[in-house]
Design a protein around this ligand. Structure first.
Ligand code: ANZ
Length: 967
């Protein structure tokens, strides 16, 4: 039999499908293992060879764990809402659902071609109403809950309203907006329904709010921070500006602390965890109120204090309250709501001009700016400690969205403040005795003792900080505060192709639709564009309204809203791309369930993801949002684990390897025949370097005929070929490692590789390219090595020429067993370290060794096939059956057991020296006596030849070292 990958692979893929080999059910008799890939967005371009890298690795783990006796859940699905399908719909008018379906079909056929062990019966699509029904359902739970700080978890809104009714706002300890009002139980009860609802929105986990967003006019939607890269949209590269808009938000900040502490409990890459920590950005500090100076302040200290207290004040957030005696100015963000109010008539023009200029700059520009800019408002505030008057400036190094949007300027403590003070010639007040060269640079030291610092003179950093915080808290002009960089996440997109938000508005206040009316399906619309009045595409739908079913009245809050004529208007924005991906792993556990997002039985069994694989670019997007939603579901008692994925691995990017041709400049232009010069000669000419399709280049040699057909304008091309060397007479291309992209003609389609070399070779080769987590270029040149390896493996079973069976049913030798068990041990050790590339080389060494030993023994080959099967499943199934095993059972065969005894050396090969020269090597058992070894040496044929019939004078046996024969 000959190794024919085409026949074999097709046959087994069909077999697996017909027999549902990889269908998984709950099985309490086995431990479970859940292996998941981040599901792909089904783009129109299909898969390139970079995509399967992670899928192959996770498939190997799944198959390996199954051999190890686990019940493995290994599903695949599609994150199928998204911008490209909608952009295409805008251009062509084709419904995005159709494009999406076509793309998914391409993906599935490409994936099936590679022989993954997915349980396809569990496939999910986030754009399927049966799936997004539950995304909407989770949204509704978020709307109906708030974060209770005393309970340190999410609780139902009804718990909050109960507290309001009995103890007013003072009874509540909850995460909420900054600007909540205080009220008594009586005041609460006296509020109208609308007033109550507006209060509750400040507590709900999801709520509409006015906020600054990243508005992308090119895409007609807002984007999240992680969808913006270098000031432009990640998809499409359109400019992004800051705009104040009403958006749904998610109160992820409620979980800031748990998102931080949870990182210590999961096995995720350290750099990724660090990225999340920085994104959450916890700062311990204090807020301090600086009263705005009334120029008519009384002179006596007592009255001064009380006047200051009653005045309007600016609140700052500082991590260095200890430096408060060094404050010589105050800076507000240009967007600060009091900016204009504080501006004196003389400064009005300058301030207006500055605010306008600042609005045109992105946050990134502002953070990166080295030059000092700013403007004086003309007003002053009062340092509550020193009671000094401090000038108020606007400057764009202060960000509106962080802290309070206001900073106390301490030039002797902070570099930027120092730069600012120097520029505007403001005082620099030394406050630490250890500060040297204060004119040279700001000294941010926390060492030394305070000077010129009133009540903290002579104290250390800790004493000073504690004393001041206490002082401020006692007088209610400040308090210790923890500040996070993490912002509430914007949860609206002004687009069509996303989950509809299951909420309608009555009198400007949002209400949820009835759970029984889920899913709220996307309506049909005529065009996928905003309306003429600038509303999102859903504004085009007819009757995009909701009529709640009448309910019996049950108190103020439960009174059904009065029906409008046609019902209330539903939300026009849709959910962002990260909605469906924030919980999808639970749906795989029980994908068809109609009554709940996944049954309790399924969740109790599968618990969470044991091994999650995907790109590190999702660090502060998907991977943070998912942790947030999971904690929320945990608080509701719906899922068992605080963290959704115990282990995460980021696979490295596969880069493209581009090829170039060199066109003579003299052959460029209308009507001229193109002339291309080979790489080795290009220095002798003036040339233009052009990308060429890597699929018509092999080992860097261009197929010139294919090149002529590639583009019609090249069909008359002429070539100047290599004149010497091994490539003489050939056209050699240049190469470079770049991103894999259509534009650079370096995309390699896995389908082509599979057609030519087979899926098993592709799988092995992708793993062989290098460590899973490294970035590495794809280079088809090396693939023949892995393909030859599989052929060599095949030859241990069958004769290549005659096709006859070679394997035999004989007892294996010690050497053969040694090769096998060395391989078992390495394969197991390496896979436990996710070192797949070294496993492939271990296989290669083993097959070489077995070939050298001429080993064709079934006992060895059987185990070798099992070892190889996670990596190259098709050939392994075929050879498994050829060895007489039952069809299709290899995927659940027991993983071979490593036996150390086979690696223990039982004999030693002695070098035999005759008169000082090694003349032979003879093995003897390790425990053989010296006398027996001597006898054995002298009886040896080769030794006898050298003795030429003489009796040696002396024979010295050094155990496990050497035998010396002296004539
Ligand atoms: C006075 C001071 C003295 C500060 C000193 C630092 C050093 P992190 O760690 O990032 O939280 N700050 C506060 N709000 C800001 C905003 N909206 N935009 C820009 N800067 C802002 O840093 C907090 C520190 O950054 C705060 O402490 C404040 O400056 C500044 F020797 O207050 B500090």
């Amino acid at each position: 039999m000959e190794y024919n990958h085409r026949e074999i692979e097709k046959k087994w893929q069909q077999f697996w499908e017909e027999n549902q080999t990889y269908k998984t059910e709950i099985d309490h008799s086995k431990p479970k293992y859940y292996v998941l890939d981040m599901f792909p967005y089904p783009s129109g371009a299909g898969l390139h060879v970079g995509h399967p890298l992670g899928y192959i690795a996770s498939d190997i783990i799944s198959r390996y764990k199954k051999l190890k006796g686990f019940n493995v859940l290994h599903p695949m699905g599609f994150d199928s809402f998204g911008l490209p399908a909608e952009q295409y719909a805008i251009q062509t008018g084709q419904h995005p659902a159709i494009t999406t379906e076509e793309n998914i079909n391409t993906f599935i056929s490409q994936l099936k071609n590679i022989g993954f062990s997915y349980d396809w019966s569990r496939e999910i699509r986030t754009s399927d109403p049966n799936f997004y029904k539950w995304t909407q359902w989770i949204f509704m739970q978020l709307f109906n809950h708030y974060y209770d700080k005393s309970a340190d978890k999410a609780l139902p809104i009804s718990h909050l309203t109960a507290q309001f009714s009995t103890g007013g706002s003072a009874a509540v300890n909850a995460v909420c907006d900054e600007d909540v009002i205080e009220f008594s139980a009586e005041e609460w009860k006296a509020m109208s329904e609308k007033e109550q609802q507006l209060v509750l929105l400040k507590y709900r986990f999801t709520f509409p709010e006015e906020s600054y967003v990243n508005w992308c006019p090119g895409l007609g939607t807002v984007l999240s921070n992680d969808e913006v890269k270098d000031g432009v949209s990640e998809r499409g590269g359109f400019p992004v500006e800051r705009k104040l808009m009403k958006q749904w938000a998610m109160r992820i900040t409620a979980y800031a602390d748990r998102l931080l502490s949870g990182l210590d409990t999961i096995d995720w890459p350290e750099p990724l965890k660090e990225q999340q920590r920085n994104w959450i950005g916890r700062s311990q500090g204090a807020s301090v109120k600086f009263a705005i100076a009334d120029l008519r302040l009384p002179n006596d200290s007592q009255n001064r204090q009380s006047t200051i207290k009653n005045q309007k004040s600016i609140e700052v957030f500082t991590t260095r309250v200890d430096t408060i005696y060094g404050v010589s100015f105050m800076v507000l963000a240009p967007e600060h709501e009091w900016a204009m109010e504080l501006t004196t008539p003389e400064q009005k023009d300058a301030v207006e001009a500055y605010i306008k200029w600042a609005a045109s700059r992105s946050e990134v520009d502002r953070m990166a700016e080295k030059k000092v800019t700013g403007v004086f408002t003309g007003s002053y505030c009062i340092n509550p400690l020193s009671e000094e008057k401090v000038p108020i400036f606007l400057a764009d190094y202060v960000l509106a969205g962080y802290g309070t949007g206001a900073v106390m300027g301490v030039p002797s403590g902070d570099q930027r403040d120092w730069n600012f003070a120097t520029h505007f010639e403001l005082p620099i007040l030394p406050i630490l005795d250890s500060q040297k060269d204060i004119d040279q640079q700001a000294d941010n030291t926390k060492e030394g003792r305070y000077i010129n610092s009133g009540i903290i003179n002579g104290m250390t950093y800790k004493e000073g900080t504690d004393t001041l915080t206490k002082w401020l808290e006692e007088r209610k002009v400040g308090k210790g505060k923890v500040q996070y960089r993490l912002r509430n996440a914007v949860f609206s997109r002004q687009r069509y192709w996303g989950e509809p938000v299951p909420a309608y508005f009555k009198d400007g206040v949002p209400y949820l639709i009835d759970e029984a009316d889920l899913p709220l399906e996307l309506p049909k619309i005529d065009k996928y564009l905003p309306t003429e009045t600038g509303e999102p595409p859903l504004g085009r739908a007819e009757n995009w309204t909701y009529k709640p079913a009448p309910k019996p009245p049950m108190g103020a809050l439960d009174t059904p809203p009065l029906l409008g004529e046609a019902g209330w208007g539903l939300e026009l924005s849709t959910m962002p791309g990260w909605a469906g991906s924030s919980w999808y792993w639970y749906r795989y556990m029980d994908p068809q369930n109609n009554g709940t997002f996944a049954s309790k039985e399924a969740i109790d069994y599968w618990q969470r993801i044991d091994f999650y694989l995907g790109g590190s670019e999702h660090a502060t997007g998907h991977l943070l949002y998912s942790r947030f939603w999971n904690k929320f579901l945990k608080d509701l008692g719906l899922v068992p684990e605080e963290e959704f994925a115990a282990k995460l691995v980021n696979q490295g990017m596969i880069q493209g390897r581009s090829n170039f041709v060199y066109r003579l400049k003299s052959s460029e232009g209308e009507g001229k025949k193109p002339v291309f010069v080979s790489h080795g000669l290009k220095e002798q000419y003036e040339v233009t370097q052009l990308h060429v399709d890597v699929n018509i280049v092999e080992n860097d040699v261009l197929n010139t005929e294919a090149f002529k057909q590639w583009r019609s304008y090249y069909n008359e091309s002429e070539f100047i070929l290599e004149e010497s060397g091994p490539a003489k007479g050939k056209y050699v291309c240049g190469f470079a490692v770049e991103k894999m992209s259509k534009r650079l003609y370096n995309v390699v389609n896995p389908d082509d590789v599979v057609a030519r070399y087979g899926a098993d070779t592709l799988r092995l080769y992708e793993m062989f390219l290098g460590p899973l987590t490294d970035a590495k270029p794809w280079n088809t040149n090396g693939i023949s090595g892995t393909s030859n390896f599989l052929r060599k493996f095949w030859r241990l079973f069958f004769d290549d020429q005659t096709g006859k069976q070679k394997w035999v049913d004989a007892e294996p030798t010690a050497d053969e067993l040694k090769v096998l068990h060395r391989t078992i041990r390495r394969v197991e050790d390496d896979i436990d370290r996710y070192s797949f590339n070294t496993v492939v080389s271990t296989f290669m060494i083993a097959v070489n060794d077995l070939s050298d030993l001429k080993c064709h023994k079934k006992a060895i080959l059987n185990d070798m096939v099992i070892l190889l099967s996670p990596y190259a499943p098709h050939i392994s199934e075929e050879l498994w059956v050829a060895l007489g095993n039952e069809e299709g059972t290899i995927s659940s065969a027991p993983f071979p057991k490593f036996e150390p005894k086979y690696l223990v050396e039982s004999s030693f090969e002695y070098p035999i020296q005759i008169n000082g020269k090694v003349r032979a090597n003879i093995p003897f058992p390790i425990d053989m006596s010296k006398e027996d070894i001597e006898q054995g040496v002298l009886a040896n044929e080769t030794v006898q030849k050298w003795l030429e019939g003489n009796t040696p004078k002396k024979v010295v046996v050094v155990p496990k070292r050497i035998v010396n024969v002296v004539l």
